[in-house]
Design a protein. Structure first.
Length: 153
């Protein structure tokens, strides 16, 4: 396996990124019974690639796109110490490349971009039952903050 590189996504990467989005949704369906059964979409990936407040990145090895992620600059709640924060999402690594530190490289690249934007905090969301993802994020310094609870009525 060649060297893994991380770069800003381009519109030419869109087809692969849309496939990754469906992989994310498939992985999350067991954790969320409220997701619709039909084909759904979480993101407008094309708009994210071109938006100035969003950085979409891909990881490549030997010219193959193997992972993705994004950072979006969001307004913080008025009662917080910071005005803006980086929200991370769209984290996907092809199954054959999992466990090799690829997601770490993606997140580090996104954090570098956030720092260049003057951002001092990054947040992300992960399903409470997705223990492997939680452990991976904790290894990168993320800490649990809130748990969203729900009930059907």
């Amino acid at each position: 396996m060649g060297e893994i590189t991380v770069r800003t996504a381009q519109l030419a990467d869109l087809e692969t990124l849309l496939t990754f989005e469906q992989g994310i949704i498939a992985a999350e369906r067991p954790f969320d019974p409220t997701l619709k059964d039909e084909t759904i979409s979480y993101y407008n990936v094309e708009a994210m690639i071109t938006a100035p407040h969003v950085e979409v990145v891909i990881a490549e090895v030997d010219a193959e796109i193997i992972a993705s992620g994004y950072a979006r600059i969001d307004d913080a709640k008025v009662f917080l110490k910071h005005n803006k924060f980086g929200f991370l999402g769209f984290m996907y690594v092809k199954p054959a490349y999992r466990g090799r530190g690829v997601n770490k490289l993606v997140i580090q690249q996104l954090q570098r971009w956030c720092k260049k934007q003057g951002i001092t905090e990054c947040r992300l969301e992960v399903y409470d039952e997705n223990e492997p993802a939680i452990k991976a994020y904790e290894k990168l310094g993320f800490k649990k903050l809130l748990i969203t609870m729900r009930t059907a009525i």
